[in-house]
Design a protein around this ligand. Structure first.
Ligand SMILES: [Zn+2]
Ligand SMILES: [Zn+2]
Length: 171
């Protein structure tokens, strides 16, 4: 499929997406499923591969369309179910503001904060974690007497590449 090579030719500095090599993601999924005694079905595998190979975070409908072929229609609801499963394994995250999905190559610790940097120009999504945010958010939550199950922050703006390109265009 050649999708794994896109980081070389088309480097937007979105290191997270580029690190999620489909082959590596699939073998991680297989290991996790084996450890939990759950089945890594063909559809779950295909959905994971498609998310990992996507240049931009796909939505469930994009994925259903991409995985459907003549004689075999994949329903969005089946894709959603596979995505739920993959999210539970920590292999995929959902970008709530876009209702789109990104592969995750990190192995997050429990309760670790995830910060998504979403570029409104190129649509790229960078994933990062921030100890500073974690500390101050932790204090805020403690003050509010609130126990978080998980927390994901989404920040929309312009990535470094797009900002530089625009600056160059204006000069
Ligand atoms: Zn992640
Ligand atoms: Zn960008």
């Amino acid at each position: 499929m050649g999708a794994a090579t896109h980081s070389r030719t088309h480097d937007h500095g979105h290191s997270h997406a580029c690190r999620a090599d489909p082959g590596t993601m699939v073998s991680r999924a297989e290991t996790l499923c084996r450890a939990r005694g759950v089945q890594f079905t063909a559809l779950r595998r295909e959905v994971l591969e498609a998310v990992a190979a996507s240049e931009r975070p796909p939505g469930a409908y994009d994925l259903a369309e991409r995985l459907s072929r003549p004689g075999r229609r994949v329903a969005p609801v089946s894709v959603y179910r596979a995505l739920d499963f993959l999210m539970e394994l920590g292999l995929v995250h959902r970008i709530a503001s876009r209702n789109a999905f990104v592969p995750c190559a990190h192995e997050h610790g429990a309760g670790e904060n995830v910060v998504f940097l979403i570029c409104r120009t190129c649509g790229g999504v960078d994933e990062t974690t921030s100890p500073e945010v974690e500390t101050s958010l932790g204090q805020t939550l403690a003050r509010a007497g609130f126990t978080p199950a998980h927390s994901i922050l989404e920040v929309e703006g312009d990535c470094g590449t797009c900002r530089r390109e625009r600056a160059a265009g204006e000069a």
